[in-house]
Design a protein around this ligand. Sequence first.
Ligand code: AOS
Ligand code: ZN
Ligand code: ZN
Ligand code: ZN
Length: 406
Amino acid sequence: MLNDQLLEQAVRALDHFEIETPSWGYADTGTRFGKFFQEAAAIDTADKLADAGHVHRLTGCCPSVAVHVLWDFSDASPPAAVAEAAEQHGVRVGSINPNLFQDQQYKLGSFGSPDPEAREAALEHCVDSVRIGQQVGSNLVSLWFADGTNYPGQDSIRARKQRFEKLLTECHGALSEDQMLLVEYKPFEPAFYHTDVADWGMAYLLAKKAGSRARVLVDTGHHYLAQNIEQIVAWLLDERMLGGFHFNDRRYADDDLTLGSIDPYQVFRIFNEIHAYAHDHGGPSAENAYPEIAYMVDQSHNLKPKIEAMIQTVTMAQELYAKAALVDRDRLAGHQAAGRIVDAEEELRRAFRTDVTPALEAWRKGRGLAACPLAAHRESGYAEQAAKDRTRRRKELGITQGASYA
Ligand code: AOS
Ligand code: ZN
Ligand code: ZN
Ligand code: ZN
């Protein structure tokens, strides 16, 4: 049950919890087998920012938008214009995501490629991305590498590691003082024999070697099924190397389903580690004890309506974050010290079971927001209007659905 004190505790936790939504989550995406188009899907960067602004207006906790250098910037859409469009829609540009996987020259990899020209192009693109960040006032550059090999013997695993060390350090050297570099790991796909940055340990090592402003990015979908993600989070927190998250859920691997749709308890356990860390570093009311973590969504909704899927994910994240804030840390510590295993686990389960809806509603009310962002979105008619406008614009521009124009 949520008594007044717990309600207050949950509401306070939400105050510092901001979630970045990705520009690519608003456009037509699919799987490698095909795309199913949505009339309301964003056509260009301006549409994506408008949709992100709409999500932020409804949820009150998504003030920034992750952008993709290749998909969101062009001559027609330079950094200054993107930043301005974001501002117009009530959001700001968040993490900058270079694209090191689509160009033909990256067939054998980017930072890890045996081809010096490909490596040079990759580094140049990353340094350009760092500069874009500086131009738009974003302090996060987020790196994900598709690099790896498909067959045993294809390339030297150690040589590739060394190439990564060198280029990441060079990329780090381009950062300004307030910029951070995030290094994301993924066990497989698109490389299927070995992936250069395959797990948190490799990302940790590379980030450490790159420089003092590099951290590890944990994408919740990038683990083998049996892996204990909250342990990874706990270790990275303890080493002060946790830079951020990419939220999504999965039944198998990188399925990019909406957060908590398959296993909400997993997400709760991750948040539990973050609240526990903050508690140990300043007590329950010390808000500045929370480490700086970039909470970002990385999902590709090819069947669910895009904005609805985003709102579901954001509100699910808030719900689970609030629940995890309800764990009684002192009581838990007592159970742990005395070896009361069942009571310790029950402390977590009690928090997980608690219905935090009144806390979410109170938090939203305090900000003049509707109690249920999803219902408010449906009532707004935004998606229907976007479908109409964007269908008309596609006709006028003579472009086919699914194409994305920056
Ligand atoms: C790919 O699997 C990673 O999750 C990336 O973080 C992300 O999907 C990509 O950078 C989007 O372009
Ligand atoms: Zn990701
Ligand atoms: Zn992924
Ligand atoms: Zn994913």
